[in-house]
Design a protein around this ligand. Structure first.
Ligand code: UDP
Ligand code: MG
Length: 319
């Protein structure tokens, strides 16, 4: 390797005045070690993204940036949520870096995994996923729902990495690929696998927050989970369409049964016609909804205008 890569560590922060003074020096120490070891360029940065905080987070970031050359910060005009804040940081980093690592600012993601990710990048990987080895610090409820959720997503056809959140390294060309995804409902951990390129994982232990409180209460978590499913898969629509077809068939059988019952004499007046209507319309309505859904699903995929391919290599590219 002739020159060291310029590494950017991108960290979204929302009302993190308690934890930022604790974790910022840890990130700096880790970066400094990488620079000293000659693995990354001395121009590498740690970039904090202030996601419209209402406390002193931005003041703290500004002070850090003034105090040390490796710290930088950018501030969003208002709170836009973790995924958007992270994307803002990634797209900013893309203009400057060769590789970029995204991390949370609360120290839950083991900061030492950064050097492991850089090692994998230097070994030729474009995407390095941070994967949680254990979830001991999570409650049993969170662990079960989170792990179940990854399984459901995979069943629905979304290609996502088990136990990986948003702690990962992306090379500059992977960032370029990600930039081609213009969707507004962001679920980054579902998009990165779609970008492709050579990828690997590093495992780390997830720990407790060093200070402050989580900004992901159950409601926000459910919203993110729902966004994940609806932005990655239109399989739920297929399920409705299939159910519609199944109920139509059952309805048809029900109608035959009602008519046979009339002739075998076990019915009250009006019963057969009522059953026929219920069976007919129940099945037909669901089928019609399913068919409309299929079209809406297609429209949904079209409006997202995701890139249909990303070229990784050409034989005529000079190395
Ligand atoms: N965060 C953000 N905007 C938000 C909520 C959270 O930028 O609206 C950041 C937050 O500062 C932290 C990261 O996203 O760096 C993860 O949030 P948190 O630790 O609260 O979530 P948890 O780890 O509990 O899921
Ligand atoms: Mg956290």
């Amino acid at each position: 390797m002739n020159t060291q890569p310029n590494l950017w560590i991108v960290i979204p922060c929302y009302n993190e005045q308690e934890v930022l003074p604790l974790t910022a020096p840890l990130f700096l120490k880790e970066l400094q070690q990488l620079i000293d070891a000659g693995k990354v360029a001395s121009s590498s940065k740690i970039c904090f993204i202030n996601d419209g905080s209402t406390d002193k987070t931005w003041e703290l970031i500004s002070e850090l940036a003034a105090a040390h050359e490796h710290y930088e910060g950018l501030s969003l005009s208002r709170n836009r949520g973790h995924q958007n804040a992270l994307l803002a940081g990634l797209m900013e980093a893309r203009k400057h870096c060769d590789a970029c690592i995204s991390a949370d600012c609360d120290g839950q993601d083991d900061i030492h995994a950064i050097s492991k990710m850089v090692d994998e990048y230097l070994a030729g990987y474009d995407v390095v996923y941070g994967v949680r080895s254990k979830r001991e610090t999570d409650t049993a409820f969170k662990r079960m729902t989170a792990e179940g959720y990854y399984k459901v997503l995979n069943m629905l056809g979304a290609d996502i990495i088990f136990n990986h959140a948003d702690y990962r390294l992306l090379s500059s060309r992977a960032l370029d690929g990600l930039a081609e995804f213009n969707e507004v409902n962001l679920f980054l951990r579902g998009l990165v696998p779609l970008v492709g390129y050579k990828s690997t994982t590093v495992t780390y232990e997830r720990s407790e927050r060093m200070a402050g409180t989580s900004h992901y209460p159950l409601t926000k978590m459910l919203a993110l989970a729902f966004d994940g499913i609806t932005s990655l898969s239109i399989k739920p629509i297929h399920v409705i369409a299939s159910l519609g077809a199944m109920f139509s068939l059952l309805g048809f059988i029900g109608i035959i049964w009602a008519i046979v019952s009339v002739f075998t004499g076990y019915t009250m007046p009006g019963w057969a016609s009522m059953i026929c209507f219920i069976c007919l319309f129940g099945g037909l309505q669901l089928l019609a909804l399913g068919i409309i859904g299929e079209y809406i699903g297609k429209i949904y995929l079209e409006v997202k205008s995701r890139p249909r391919f990303i070229i990784s290599e050409r034989t005529w590219d000079k190395q």
